[in-house]
Write a protein that binds this ligand. Sequence first.
Ligand code: CP
Ligand code: NVA
Length: 306
Amino acid sequence: MTGLIGRDFLSLADLSPEEVRGLLHLAAEMKAGRVTPQCRKVLGLVFYKASTRTRVSFSVAMFQLGGQAIDLNPSVTQVSRGEPLADTARVLDRYLDAVAVRTFDRADLETFAHYAEIPVINALTDFAHPCQALADLLTVQEQFGRLDGTTLTYVGDGNNVAHSLLLGCAMVGANVRVATPEGFEPKPEIVERAQAIANGRSEVTVTHDPVAAVKDANALYTDVWASMGQESEASDRLPHFQPYQINDDLLAKADREAIVLHCLPAHRGEEITESVLEGSQSRVWDQAENRMHVQKALLASLLGAA
Ligand code: CP
Ligand code: NVA
């Protein structure tokens, strides 16, 4: 994966399909303990939003690589006193070896990446969550032994997670279907990009029909109906999203061996029922664990250790 040294990872589209497959392979090898890259480097975590999985998995990944992560929560840095992002990025660039940034507006992430020469990793924006999608793909690959030809159906809000899944599935030859209520579709530019990547070799579909979308699917996926920053819209959204809940009835319409994924945190009783989240087809805890394995592989690659 030496081709990734020094690069940014702002979107899955920053990687080629071969590089995505290479990262997943490296993550699987590292998870199995067959490869143990080491690097004494330092990662900064600049998070403008809450995080459990991303923050902790990046921190543990750096520790296991022989390096360290520093939590640079904007509330305890001069960012909270108005120091411009461009200045912060240029200063942190002089201390750190890489930085993972979680922002609302993707323009802020892009500003950071423009001013910092070190690798900048998208740790979630309102637009994309590429590290999550890498972990999701690894989880599907582990379950079925392949990605090519599998079908992943995402049911819910056409949000950041849906965007990265669309691109990620298209890159690895998995069929991807997204079922949303009207008015909550993924951005057309992402759908068109995914369709261009798939180029007719795999399916990229957006629909308003959750039942048709889950037919024969190998993986059902959902996420919260109101993302971070949209909390005030949550109650208005509920009636639109209710038919898009992943529950036992919807799951029964998928392939019998289908697995259930959720990026977490989950709102039980909204986008997913307790019985499905805790049921035998759920792989959400493996999926959460895989955040660490894919990010460790990504860091090792960007930092030149793999
Ligand atoms: N899935 C995910 O990104 O979780 P966190 O918000 O806890 O990091
Ligand atoms: N779509 C969710 C994902 C959280 C990991 C959000 O942005 O809040």
